[in-house]
Design a protein around this ligand. Structure first.
Ligand code: ADP
Length: 309
């Protein structure tokens, strides 16, 4: 599979590195409006290849993305001091206008996987600008938040994170919803498995896990300025689901016609992801408070998208 990456900054290059280490792509091409950066990242990643999986890694201009099966878009501009979120969004929407005009010319049928933040809004922007069907334009969404939730629950229960089934829904950001009521391990609800294992989930534990999922990015940004490894690995996981037509259930961000009474909004829900992108959306059964929180998250995203339009 040929994968293009537009935006060779920390997130784009980490995705490239993760693709090579996991052996997910036969070819990875990095493009950036700073070509020297794209070239340097491509060379650095290519030098890891002999320790990983055979992959052609290169950089180039947009023509180099011809016949890409999938393009990860991780391009964006940093927030200026004192700049409002909406102004930053407007500038990033301009970047997407530029990027998508180019990718549309050279690889009109490529699946677009959006990683730039705020990812739900940028996915909505990409969907509108590209004119592609919603199944082929989606964002990394809460794939990482879901991973953090499972990791923390697994650590508390002392079971593998892979054996914890729990999802984070809605916005990838402050209003995201941890779907506690549907979390499971084995055949058991979370409370039952926690009791059996003698590791009850008290209100304090629940609060701590919630905060550690919701605030994870802030904590990491305090220490190192941005986050990139987790999302890079998550992006590679999504690409793998597409390459192998796995029909894996992943929380990616995509347009849904209606959720909790909010129409035509782009957010994360469990999605069946395979060769053609998002094949199905699984509408969750939620507790009253989770459903209320998901509606609020959806309304906020809908309003932000409308303000930008
Ligand atoms: P992040 O931490 O999200 O990866 P970075 O600032 O490290 O953020 O990376 C964003 C990248 O996007 C930068 O390398 C920047 O040069 C690139 N970029 C910005 N605008 C464009 C554009 N119009 N076309 C291509 N790349 C762009």
């Amino acid at each position: 599979m040929k994968v293009g990456i537009v935006g060779a900054g920390m997130v784009g290059s980490s995705a490239g590195f993760a693709l090579v280490m996991r052996g997910v792509a036969s070819e990875v091409v990095l493009v950036d409006h700073n070509p020297a950066l794209a070239l340097a990242q491509a060379e650095d990643i290519a030098h890891a290849m002999p320790f990983a999986q055979p992959t052609q890694v290169s950089s180039g201009d947009y023509e180099a993305l011809a016949e890409a099966d999938l393009i990860i878009i991780a391009a964006g501009v940093p927030q200026k001091p004192g700049e409002s979120r909406l102004s930053l969004l407007g500038r990033n929407a301009e970047v997407f206008g530029d990027v998508l005009a180019q990718t549309g010319k050279v690889a009109p049928d490529a699946i677009l996987l959006i990683a730039s933040n705020p990812v739900d809004i940028m996915t909505e922007v990409a969907l509108k600008l590209s004119g592609l069907p919603a199944a082929r334009v989606f964002g990394s969404g809460t794939i990482l938040d879901t991973a953090r939730f499972r990791y923390l629950l697994g650590r508390h229960l002392n079971v593998a994170a892979q054996s914890v089934h729990a999802y984070v829904l809605g916005e990838h950001g402050d209003s995201e919803v941890l779907a506690w009521s549907s979390a499971r391990s084995g055949c058991e609800t979370l409370d039952d498995v926690a009791d059996q294992l003698g590791r009850p989930i008290s209100e304090a534990v629940r609060h701590e896990i919630d905060q550690n999922v919701r605030r994870a990015a802030y904590k990491i940004i305090e220490g190192k300025g941005a986050t990139w490894y987790g999302i890079g690995a998550g992006l590679a996981r999504i690409v793998q689901a597409i390459r192998d037509d796995q029909r894996a259930v992943l929380t990616v961000s995509a347009r849904v016609p209606e959720i909790e009474g909010v129409r035509d909004v782009t957010l994360s829900l469990p999605r069946v992801v395979g060769r053609d992108g998002v094949a199905e959306t699984l509408i969750p059964h939620l507790s009253y408070s989770e459903a209320t929180a998901l509606r609020a998250s959806a309304e906020m995203l809908r309003e932000t998208a409308a303000e930008l339009a």
